[in-house]
Write a protein that binds this ligand. Structure first.
Ligand code: CDP
Ligand code: CDP
Length: 208
């Protein structure tokens, strides 16, 4: 069983993916971390973000078990990840890695931007999780404050909108709801009701 979850930043897709994986006994991969890990390695070595052959080499040596979410969560890394995510050859390398993860028993939940459309087009169930930009910016701001940082709501909102635009307008694997994905708009939902709604959608798709 493969559950594909796509959506924009701070829509809640990561939290839902992790909780669905626990609930249904599946493995979980936050594919955004693979783009972040490559971006972080380029930044750390002072390499240009447009150097695709080096980016591919980093991707080929990526160890999923070593990706540290707390380090990779930095704002500059998210921004750099979205810049390198336009590189077609790099995406191909990361997609192969993500597919191998998805196809390993007993199955998996993957979250990202192109899981339902490119990485796992035959997933058992596909969710496209979204929320109004203002709700997402509020969540990201609160999350930063609870981690002792405060970039300010307005600048977080501007950044989110810019990243959404870049992710949905790029020519290679743009963020897009798959034709057979179920839309889950969490603007008015807390994480608990969003999780219940997601469990219902998955259970219906599995026929249980
Ligand atoms: O957590 P958040 O939604 O802020 O970002 P993320 O999922 O960690 O993704 C960071 C960036 O990686 C995104 O803005 C996308 O440009 C890129 N990405 C992608 O292109 N395809 C994916 N499957 C996952 C992430
Ligand atoms: O993975 P993605 O960037 O889409 O979002 P996330 O990391 O799962 O969620 C971002 C933040 O919003 C977390 O602190 C969630 O607890 C919060 N959230 C929320 O308050 N209400 C929701 N319906 C979904 C997420």
């Amino acid at each position: 069983m493969i559950i594909a979850i796509d959506g924009p930043a701070a829509s809640g897709k990561g939290t839902l993916a992790r909780r669905l994986a626990d609930h249904f006994g599946l493995r979980h991969l936050d594919t955004g971390l693979t783009y972040r890990a490559v971006a972080a390695a380029l930044l750390a070595n002072g390499l240009p973000l447009g150097d695709e052959s080096v980016a591919i080499e980093i991707a080929q040596n990526l160890d999923l078990a070593q990706m540290d979410k707390s380090i990779l969560a930095a704002h500059e890394i998210g921004e750099a990840a979205s810049r390198i995510a336009v590189l077609g050859g790099l995406r191909e390398e990361l997609v192969n890695l993500q597919r191998r993860f998805a196809q390993t028993p007993p199955g998996a939940v993957l979250d990202g931007r192109d899981i339902g459309t490119v990485v796992c087009p035959d997933a058992t169930v596909k969710l496209f999780v979204t929320a109004a930009p203002e709700a997402r910016a509020r969540r990201r701001t609160d999350e930063m404050i609870s981690n002792g940082k405060d970039a300010g709501y307005t600048s977080v909102l501007d950044d989110l909108k810019r990243r959404d635009e870049r992710d949905s307008q790029r020519t290679v694997a743009p963020m897009k709801q798959a034709d057979d994905a179920v839309l889950l708009d969490t603007t008015e939902m807390d994480i608990e009701s969003a999780f219940q709604a997601a469990v219902d959608i998955v259970s219906r798709a599995k026929g249980v």
